[in-house]
Design a protein around this ligand. Sequence first.
Ligand SMILES: [Zn+2]
Length: 221
Amino acid sequence: MSSNEQAKHAARPDKPEPREVLADLSEGNQRFVMDRPRYPRSGMLRRRQAHLGDQAHHALATVLSCSDSRVPVELIFDVGIMDLFVVRTAGHALDSATLASVEYGMLHVHTPLLVVLGHSSCGAVTAALNMVKDNAVPHEASLRQLLDGIAPAVHQAMADSAEAEGGELLDRAIEENVRHTMRTLFQQSPAIKQGVADGDFAAVGAIYDLAHGRVRWLEPE
Ligand SMILES: [Zn+2]
């Protein structure tokens, strides 16, 4: 091991492997779906640990999620305090603050796993779809800009499935939006792309189903 590699490993706290984190999150989601949550690491002891400790020694995943109130991130994975570094925007749209927050979670809080989390019936993707298909442009310039960022995913979904309409087209656009966010993130953050390529950490896309509470992990591209 080179001295550079030694320095790199010395800087990173001992954490579970990405696949172990993924398995933990899957199990937690299974408990949530079955209505048997354990609410782990949520009590006074953990609060004290969070107050005195360093999240970089504990947090397991950085989650970039849609802001939607129907997607309570810690609850759906049945995890607790200091488990997730969560970054949220409508439609998990990326801008410089979002990107910097994700980089902070991966490179400074040293979470082994990055999850980009979309969800069924996403209002932001629905609005982007309406903008593309029916030219329904919102009045607010900042919201328009956000939807412009989602529009390429809508165009891709329409191109991939010319026949799809209504709910089916929306579902395809939601999945494509997760993939689009992941690709854009890798393009705009060479450090994250390199970290994934080197196996320092992993990145996975996921869709949360509002009706059943289930998180479906997307196959890598
Ligand atoms: Zn949403």
